[in-house]
Design a binder for this molecule. Structure first.
Ligand SMILES: C[S@@+](CC[C@H](N)C(=O)[O-])C[C@H]1O[C@@H](n2cnc3c(N)ncnc32)[C@H](O)[C@@H]1O
Length: 441
């Protein structure tokens, strides 16, 4: 929790504008206040939580004059819960806000886009098929809370279900609380990851002390009762082990990309796109922008377990997928095998923030990249120099614009941009940018 020294318990202020996260801000007693759950033009009374980086952080308690864009939050723990940013705001306004953010970042580099396509969105609740939930022992109630961390803080929210999680995970929170509370060392369980495939769901319990026989009995009964695969994690990701149900401990979760005739297997801690519905839209958009023919070679940077590479390999001559995680690369290879695409695909483990020397980058290709928030890294120009087209999937408007500027300098033109609302009611923005060779290149 940030420092609360010499701050009032509550503050009343007029909301003057919005931060990049979509939180309201205003001025009171000489300080800038960032207020979650408040909209520009409103006067709100807010509970002060602390100070961070010269700003005072607060969450809305009452609103004196609701603006037209205000709507009723659908979750009882909003705005206290840090899982969502903006349930109080009409959804269509949130989408416009995300689009404006991308435009603002591009204009920071004086980049102009040929066409800004309509934002793609899907279900606004029950969309998350993966979440990392905090676990915290609460002395005064003698049980654990399991859930998202509180807004601007590290405490875990007192919740029993979460309407952002897909059905099947949403209602697992209450039973998880009861389970962990009964375990031998509930204070030594800091987090639990929950993840859903199309056919099965799993949880990964991080434990700082060895599990006892009675813990295993409880976990076995839980796995049976809720039809969930239970994994334990005693250290790093390499220690993740499936305990229940009995049977193949290496069995994988799966999701289907029916439009592309691809079936993807994944482990409980592998990266997957969190929103299945939006993932389908994303893949369609990427394939459309790559405009593949049977002679095309594709390089898929930051390819993970092959989410884009394998659909692309259904049409392209060959796909080279590069990715830092060797377990993801192995999984991508297994996914190629199970889809009969091994002869069209090569997956290699590489740190793409360092120079790599691969023969395949010396011929013409179409390039796809989907980097982490930190962006494509210093080698982007080198990777792109022989590319005929670049399709860039980004989860960060700022690094997307920075990288678009690099591509612009080496002769690419941003032809189309589209926002995908992967995480409704949060400040997360997913973008697909499509770059062709500009006339001057
Ligand atoms: C946003 S995910 C995209 C994964 C995949 N495209 C998908 O749709 O499932 C980013 C990926 O980049 C990988 N990554 C992170 N840093 C990297 C680096 N320095 N070099 C290569 N890959 C990296 C991560 O392991 C992760 O799989």
């Amino acid at each position: 929790m940030p420092s609360r020294r010499r701050l009032p318990r509550t503050v009343e202020l007029e909301v003057l504008g919005q931060t990049e996260d979509g939180f309201g801000f205003g001025l009171a007693v000489g300080s800038k206040y960032v207020v979650k759950g408040a909209l520009p033009g409103e006067v709100v009374s807010a509970r002060v939580l602390g100070r961070r980086k010269g700003q005072v952080l607060a969450i809305t308690e009452t609103v004196q004059n609701a603006v037209d864009d205000r709507t009723e939050p659908f979750c009882a723990v909003f705005p206290r819960c840090g899982g969502c940013s903006n349930q109080q705001w009409e959804y269509r306004e949130q989408l416009k806000f995300k689009e404006r953010w991308v435009r603002r970042e591009l204009s920071r580099h004086q980049l102009w886009c040929g066409s800004f396509m309509p934002t793609q969105h899907g279900s606004t609740t029950h969309y998350r098929r993966r979440a990392r939930l905090g676990v915290r022992w609460i002395d005064k109630v003698g049980e654990v809370y399991v859930g998202f961390r509180e807004t601007f803080g590290s405490y875990v929210v007192d919740m029993n279900r979460c309407p952002a999680l897909v059905t099947g995970l949403a209602e697992l929170i209450g039973p998880l609380r009861a389970l962990i509370t009964r375990m031998s060392a509930p204070k030594k369980i800091p987090q639990v990851e929950v993840v859903a495939g199309d056919k099965a769901r799993a949880l990964v319990l991080r434990h700082l002390e060895p599990l006892t026989v009675s813990d295993f009995n409880l976990l076995s009964a839980f796995s049976n009762a809720y039809d969930v695969w239970v994994y334990g994690q005693s250290g790093g990701y390499e220690t993740v082990t499936r305990h229940f149900p009995a049977g193949d401990p290496n069995a994988k979760l799966t999701y289907e990309l029916a439009n592309d005739g691809v079936s993807i297997e994944f482990g409980p801690t592998d990266f997957i796109q969190v929103n299945s519905e939006i993932n389908h839209l994303l893949i369609s958009a990427v394939l459309k922008e790559l405009d593949l023919g049977p002679e095309d070679r594709v390089i898929d940077l930051f390819c993970g377990i092959g989410n884009f590479s394998l659909p692309a390999a259904r049409t392209a001559k060959s796909v080279l997928g590069l990715e830092i995680s060797s377990t993801s690369v192995e999984q991508a290879r297994r996914n190629a095998e199970r889809n009969d695409l091994s002869s069209a695909t090569t997956f290699l483990a590489s740190d793409l923030y360092r120079p790599i020397n691969n023969e395949l980058t010396k011929t013409d290709y179409k390039m796809l990249l989907d980097p982490p928030r930190s962006g494509a890294g210093p080698e982007l120009g080198r990777f792109a120099h022989r590319a005929k087209r670049v399709v860039y999937v980004s989860c960060n408007p700022t690094t997307f614009a920075d990288d678009a500027a690099v591509l612009d300098r080496i002769g690419f033109q941003l032809e189309r941009v589209q926002v995908f609302d992967m995480f409704p009611h949060t400040n997360h923005v997913e973008i697909v940018g499509s770059f062709g060779r500009s006339e001057r290149s």
